[in-house]
Design a protein around this ligand. Sequence first.
Ligand code: FMN
Length: 372
Amino acid sequence: MWGKLSEKEPFSQYQLDLYAAAIMGGKKPITTTDPNKLEQEARKAMSPDSFNYVFGGAGDHASQLPSLQHLFTPDTPLLIAPIGVQPAYHADAETGVASACASLGVPFVYSTASSTGLEAVAAAADAAAPATAKAPRWFQLYWPLDEEITASLLGRARAAGCEALVVTLDGNALGFGDAVFRRKFAEKFDGDAVEDNVMVASRFWTGEVFSGHAHCWEDLATLRRLWGDGPIILKGVLSIDDALLAVRSGVDGIIVSNHGGRQLDGAVLSLEMLPEIVEAVGDKPAVLFDSGIRTGADVLKALALGAKAVLVGRPVIYGLGIAGREGARHVLAGLLADVDQSMGLAGVQTVGELNRSMLRRINYGGDIKSSL
Ligand SMILES: Cc1cc2nc3c(=O)[nH]c(=O)nc-3n(C[C@H](O)[C@H](O)[C@H](O)COP(=O)(O)O)c2cc1C
């Protein structure tokens, strides 16, 4: 037993609550509890544009397969991955998902590409957290070229109580809400507000982040100076070489991730690289994992392979799309319950007991469908 829904209940209680509601009250859960049917349900409930944006991936989607080709032979860390523009999926948007996370004690990672201001999301999350607890949150940075804009974003993240900084290595996004960006835009364009000319503002911003000048490893020193002592975590590491450069650069964590197969078509599957990367880096930086987590067993497999925590993306957003904040909470609570129960079934009481000897590498495709 590693976590609790409240002071009194373990996460697995959520499953019993769902059974009781169905048997005693004939009440169905707010979304399906089957992770594979969740996608179909979201497809029906969401507008085609919204659904396709969440579902979509690079090229033929091959990089999206979780490929958890391992089998089990016998308080898990889980976070919600940074996901931009959440009003596209439901009006509850970022505040809904952050509140759902807060009510379960799951850290919310706020994306630079969010459509709701960081301060408002933080306030909503704190209001939803149990009275005795603080809503845990991290900040994900799409790293602008301009140091002043970067400093402004990081200063706001710190002021809003974000505990860790996640730097996404291979993607970019818009970030019109930032006051320093807005001032720089006004200075350059005769006092115009971003809203006066969104197209020009988009080009100005993309000129910042797609300038052709990529950030390099040495630039991390600047980020360290701007962020201070708090943890810095690089998201999108998929090679041993990059993992070793991360070790040398002194970051605190890396996320082995192909961003859910959304960026580079044909990118290697995250899980394929996880064991080698864990082996290469040892204990520091901490290795986290995402892409393809759908079930409690998926979470445990990643942890058994050496990840210290996992992030989950699309399933929670499908829950949001189907039923707003309550849908997102239901999906998260269901996943936590599944982890709790899977640990019991695998015969472990704590996450620390999970290890590689509990897994067997298999060379056939069967396990890809083990949860179907
Ligand atoms: C609709 C959507 C938007 C995303 N936006 C961001 C983002 O703003 N920043 C980021 O670092 N990753 C972003 N990602 C990638 C996620 O953080 C995460 O790596 C991925 O969703 C994990 O895979 P999963 O969806 O299979 O769980 C996004 C993913 C999706 C599906």
